[in-house]
Design a protein around this ligand. Structure first.
Ligand code: S0N
Length: 297
């Protein structure tokens, strides 16, 4: 009864929107990303640029960040899926046609989006700090900055047509942050150096053997298998999962990781009788009485 199989039924997706902070509740136009939610608590962010193998522009990243923010704040969401539109690519990294002389610019948009920026690093941090699991569901190419996006997700489910690799040394870019250091944690120093220095591509089975992905399934089963993993997560304790993610990150992220885990601890303490005794005493203008709270061994 406790460990029974979860349903393999299709997920009932509904298009979701992201609201601005404006009091009229206006929604933001999503042009390069599709955002969906299911009643069972799954949010799905799809990079929708299949004609470019789902390469991202600064605008794509901005839209993904809005969706991730919404998924974080929505208490009905327990797990987030990240994928690319179509079977050919999860994401092919930064859109090279949007790469100006000094970095990525969104030529189609006006205003500040003409400023070169590397906002994908903010998205990486956001996924790391998301207090809910983020699952990369990978069909086709996950290369360049797209490969790093799947690596910073908590779990990766790969279709058997998935291809992984870094292209930076070929196209004049690199990620000296998580893209290098987290990769080395995942697959080891020698393999990470191989992946970056040679810029080879690896198939799904190679990726599984290297510890880059959690499982490989036939392409036709990718969506179902991703749903099953989401459902298994959703029936487990959200707080236990949150703290485990905090701890696993903290071992790598130093002070920033400890701060994130500290935030979760404070969140729990605020909900305790002991935490509330301090708050109530202050509001009631009396000395707090912590004597009734046990000093656990
Ligand atoms: C993905 C590949 C292997 C697919 O090959 P395939 O199937 O033969 O298709 P193609 O014919 O090559 O592509 C189809 C159409 O899609 C366009 N396209 C594909 N990828 C991109 C791309 N990344 N940018 C722009 N366009 C792309 C093709 O041009 C083609 O268009 P048409 O039909 O009009 O000819 C293959 O396409 C490939 O190798 N792609 C390039 C992969 C790549 O080098 N990506 C960039 C790597 N660098 C980054 O991602 C850096 C960004 C980053 O994440 C980062 C991280 C840390 C710090 C900074 C940054 C930063 O932002 O710079």
């Amino acid at each position: 009864r406790v460990h029974g199989n979860v349903s393999r039924d299709a997920v009932k997706w509904t298009r979701a929107s992201v609201r601005t902070d404006a009091s009229d509740g206006a929604t933001i136009e999503l042009r390069e990303v599709i955002y969906e939610k299911s009643p069972e608590g799954i949010a799905r962010v799809t990079i929708n640029r299949p004609e470019k193998r789902n390469a991202f522009t600064p605008r794509t990243i901005k839209e993904m960040r809005w969706c991730m923010d919404d998924a974080r704040d929505d208490g009905s969401v327990g797990v987030i899926v990240l994928r690319g539109m179509g079977d050919l690519a999860f994401c092919s990294g930064g859109d090279q046609s949007a790469r100006g002389e000094g970095g990525y610019v969104d030529a189609k948009a006006g205003g500040s989006e003409h400023t070169p920026r590397l906002n994908v690093l903010d998205l990486q941090m956001q996924i790391r700090r998301m207090p809910k699991p983020v699952i990369a569901s990978v069909a086709g190419y996950a290369v360049g900055g797209g490969h790093i996006l799947h690596m910073v997700c908590d779990l990766t489910i790969a279709a058997d047509n998935a291809v992984f690799g870094q292209t930076g040394p070929k196209v004049g870019s690199f990620d000296a942050g998580y893209g290098s250091t987290h990769m080395a944690r995942l697959i080891g120093q020698k393999k990470a150096r191989e992946m970056w220095f040679l810029a080879r591509f690896y198939n799904a089975i190679d990726a599984l053997k290297m510890g880059l992905v959690n499982t490989v399934v036939p392409l036709a089963e990718l969506e179902t298998e991703t749903a099953v993993w989401c459902r298994e997560i959703l029936r487990n304790s959200p707080t236990a999962i949150r703290l485990c993610k905090n701890a696993l990150n903290a071992a790598e992220d130093g002070q920033a990781g400890i701060q994130d885990m500290g935030g979760s601890a404070t969140l729990l303490f605020y909900q305790s009788a002991e935490g509330n005794e301090g708050r109530r005493a202050f509001l009631e203008g009396r000395r707090p009485d912590f004597s009734k709270f046990q000093r656990f061994p």
